[in-house]
Ligand binder design. Structure first.
Ligand code: CP
Length: 338
């Protein structure tokens, strides 16, 4: 694909070399994300940030990434505060808002809605999560984190690694996109740990098997996490269930805590989660008692979101070669940050 001017709607639109290019540009963004330098390469550009579902990381990190490149952010949060609540179509909303923005990041509760919006948009649109369907920028930052964690533990790279995906694999859009992304890599083993009712959709399992990934399905946490390099827990996506009572049947089914980690995981197994983790009593799929475990990568993972989203912006807006030209050192105190 050509990055310049493209929508980012599904992880399926990428080839492996494009993923490697995004990761290379993400590495280039470190001095800016880590506040050693600032750049004004997107001075004057406007990001339309439209999040019609709750979000902390995706919404704020897309905004920060754009600000760190010198651009401005216009936010619309909540359907109730947009004219969609008055019956305006996604088509009309896209035609109008794409006249006000240079690029749009969007989250919406319905599968396929961001693509529908993009087809009417006059500027590139990035899918920040559409229902239970996909979350492509999350998969990119997840794999970027996986690569860095593996390399820091002596692996050569992504090929040949083993991961356990745990929890709500039916409704979890981050794991849908991540599984599709893994099909671009060789000799990967994926343990899928979920209750029967929340298994990974069959078409995604088939896609992984066709790509010659080793896929092992089970409903046992202890079995799934025993021989992997990475555990990736997910929250029960209660907003996608028909009732809270139904969601409650599964909350707390799989709880990874320090005792279980010590007993069943290999030493230095990386612990990941797209976040938010559900820390309420009765859930705790990733216990707070893991917070001091150096293998807990969830906050490094969230930090990576800024780097990867900066990379997407400079590639899509075709300024990757000008980032350094429009930069200077920061003036304020930044040492304690990273
Ligand atoms: N990982 C993720 O999508 O988090 P938010 O819902 O906070 O954006």
């Amino acid at each position: 694909m050509t990055f310049a001017g493209s929508h980012i709607l599904s992880i399926g639109q990428f080839e492996r070399e494009e993923i490697e290019r995004i990761f290379q540009v993400a590495d280039q963004m470190k001095p800016y994300a880590q506040r050693q330098r600032i750049t004004h390469v997107l001075d004057g550009a406007i990001l339309g940030s439209m999040f019609f579902e709750p979000s902390t990381r995706t919404r704020v990190s897309f905004g920060c990434a754009f600000n760190l490149l010198g651009g401005h952010v216009r936010e619309t949060t909540d359907i109730a505060s947009s004219a969609i609540a008055k019956g305006e179509s996604l088509y009309d909303t896209a035609r109008v808002l794409s006249g006000y923005s240079d690029v749009i990041a969007m989250r919406h509760p319905q599968s396929g809605s961001v693509s529908e919006f993009a087809s009417a948009s006059r500027v590139p649109v990035i899918n920040g999560g559409d229902g239970a369907n996909e979350h492509p920028s999350q998969a990119l930052l997840d794999l970027y984190t996986i690569k860095n964690e593996l390399i820091s533990r002596g692996h050569e790279g992504i090929d040949g690694f083993r991961i356990a995906l745990i929890g709500d694999l039916k409704f979890g859009r981050t794991v849908h996109s991540l599984c599709k992304l893994l099909t671009l890599f060789n000799n990967v083993t994926v343990h899928l740990v979920a209750p029967e009712e929340l298994k990974m959709p069959e078409d995604i399992v088939d896609q992984m098997r066709r790509a010659k990934l080793t896929v092992i399905e089970s409903d046992s946490l202890e079995q799934g996490i025993g021989k992997v390099d990475i555990t990736y827990s997910t929250r029960i996506q209660e907003e996608r269930f028909s009732s809270q009572e139904e969601a409650d049947l599964y909350r707390g089914r799989y709880r990874l805590n320090q005792a279980i980690y010590t007993r069943y995981c290999e030493p230095n197994t990386v612990i990941m989660h797209p976040l938010p983790r559900d820390s309420r009593e009765g859930a705790n799929e990733l216990d707070n008692d893991l917070n001091d475990n150096p293998n807990l990568a969830i906050f490094r993972q969230a930090d990576s979101g800024v780097l990867v989203r900066m990379a997407l912006f400079v590639l899509i807006l075709d300024v990757v070669d000008q980032v350094d030209e429009y930069s200077r050192k920061v003036r304020w105190y930044t040492k304690s940050r990273f």
